[in-house]
Design a protein around this ligand. Structure first.
Ligand SMILES: Nc1nc2c(ncn2[C@@H]2O[C@H](COP(=O)(O)OP(=O)(O)OP(=O)(O)O)[C@@H](O)[C@H]2O)c(=O)[nH]1
Ligand SMILES: [Mg+2]
Length: 240
């Protein structure tokens, strides 16, 4: 078994070097065969350059630079399609998602198709703004009742899975846009009766850098995504 940790970055030079170093040390200690794949969209702050400088000659760190395309979800898909692992972990690169959880998520994928870090199961939470926690919780309730999905955190973006679950699926019909890709991903996987286990995760504050999330725009985008799924407008794209 080989694990690929996919790290999408845009202007994350304040946190990315430390995060990669922590992930390498955690996975080394756990004796998990691994690589860390960074997909950077030509960040103006020089994130890519910093990574290449800091990890030159380290075969376990695979920096990828995209210059013609930009966007969180397609960056993640690029990493998935070009990585060499048969298991994948996807996470934010600003320490919102604590890297200590990776070994548990990976272990769970021995028994489940997907391990999902959730803020809304017992033990989960958010050390960041209370308003954001409540807002996201309410939106998750809306997703839950509208799409009848069982997952509690459809906006998490911190997860591990066996890459083979994407076999025969046109992943580009799922991985586009911003955090809305995750609503589509979990919906399609539940439709396909994949086994998912939710694990409590506590989001930490972002370490340095600036947020790329525009709450108003994302709210509109996520609502549109949920309604499209509800009315079956995207269904044909996921048939395999
Ligand atoms: N490659 C790539 N990565 C992106 C893009 N937009 C955001 N990201 C990354 O996606 C992750 C999530 O973005 P954040 O700005 O942290 O969003 P957030 O977690 O909702 O907001 P914070 O509370 O500020 O952490 C981070 O690792 C970003 O660097 C993009 O266009 N391309
Ligand atoms: Mg973040």
């Amino acid at each position: 078994m080989k694990l690929s940790v996919i790290l999408p970055t845009f202007n994350e030079k304040d946190s990315i070097i430390l995060l990669i170093a922590e992930i390498l040390s955690i996975l080394e200690k756990e004796k998990i065969d691994h690589e860390v794949v960074i997909v950077d969209d030509n960040s103006p702050d020089g994130t890519y350059r910093e990574i290449v400088k800091a990890f030159a000659g380290n075969q376990l760190v695979v920096p990828m630079l995209r210059t013609t395309e930009k966007g969180l979800a397609t960056a993640i898909l690029h990493g998935i399609q070009h990585c060499s692992g048969d298991k994948v972990v996807v996470m934010d690169t600003d320490f919102n998602h604590p890297p200590e959880l990776i070994p548990l998520l990976v272990k769970i994928t021995d028994y489940f198709d997907i391990a999902l870090g959730s803020r809304y199961v017992i033990g989960g939470g958010m050390e960041t703004s209370r308003m954001r926690y409540i807002g996201s919780k309410l939106f998750n309730k809306f997703i839950h009742y509208t799409l009848r999905v069982k997952t509690t955190d459809n906006l998490s973006g911190y997860f591990a899975f066996n890459k083979r679950i994407l076999d025969g699926i046109d992943a580009s019909a799922i991985f586009y846009g911003y955090g809305d890709y995750f609503i589509r991903f979990l919906y399609v996987m539940q439709k396909k009766k994949k086994f998912i286990l939710e694990v409590p995760v506590v989001y930490k504050d972002r370490k340095g850098g600036l947020s790329k999330t525009n709450l108003k725009n994302e709210l509109i985008r996520y609502t549109r995504t949920v309604m499209r799924i509800r009315f079956g407008w995207d269904e044909k794209n996921w048939k395999s």
